[in-house]
Design a protein around this ligand. Sequence first.
Ligand code: E4P
Length: 217
Amino acid sequence: MRFFIDTANTEDVKKANDMGIICGVTTNPSLIAKEGRDFVEVIKEITSIVDGPISGEVKATTEDAEGMIAEGREIAAIHPNMVVKIPMTVEGLKAVKVLTAEGIRTNVTLVFSAAQALLAARAGATYVSPFLGRLDDISMPGIDLICDIMDIFKEHGIETEIIAASVRNPIHVIDCAKAGADIATVPYSVLVQMVKHPLTDQGIEKFKADYKTVFGE
Ligand code: E4P
């Protein structure tokens, strides 16, 4: 399973990229709004940091296929690594069909059922993004959705890749890896949680203390 970072914060993108653990980035309208910066400016900066798929979403206020197609073309023109993120709606699927035919990669987002994932794949989506955390929030096990989509895609030889999204903790990450998700898009805070282990910290302190006892500073 590969890692993308789920953020529009360019400092976090840089930090994760420097660790060598990410190969792509996902953003969404809420993440862009949180930064309070111009969409194109942020996206261009991200493309200068990470050399891999960068998902930029069509405007949250654009609901018709024509609008999404026009915006999708603009997003794709920002950089060859751009992937157009489209919400899972009837209009969204129409946009995916057209953009795919033009050779533009898409990421169908806000996927909460295997039926939605299957439709997105058949419309030509490059990626589907099932949201684990938001399902868990309403007491529906998000990981079951990832497993179902995995099984269906495998059974039917579907090449659309699964990006496990709305990842909230390291357990989500490991569950997704065990389920065989292609990618997990993970916030920086969760990536840092994954690095940490109390026994690692204790081990470092012990090595330091033992070393200093014999050799000094
Ligand atoms: C996916 O691409 C989304 O940006 C993201 O994972 C949403 O996560 P959230 O439910 O934590 O907002």
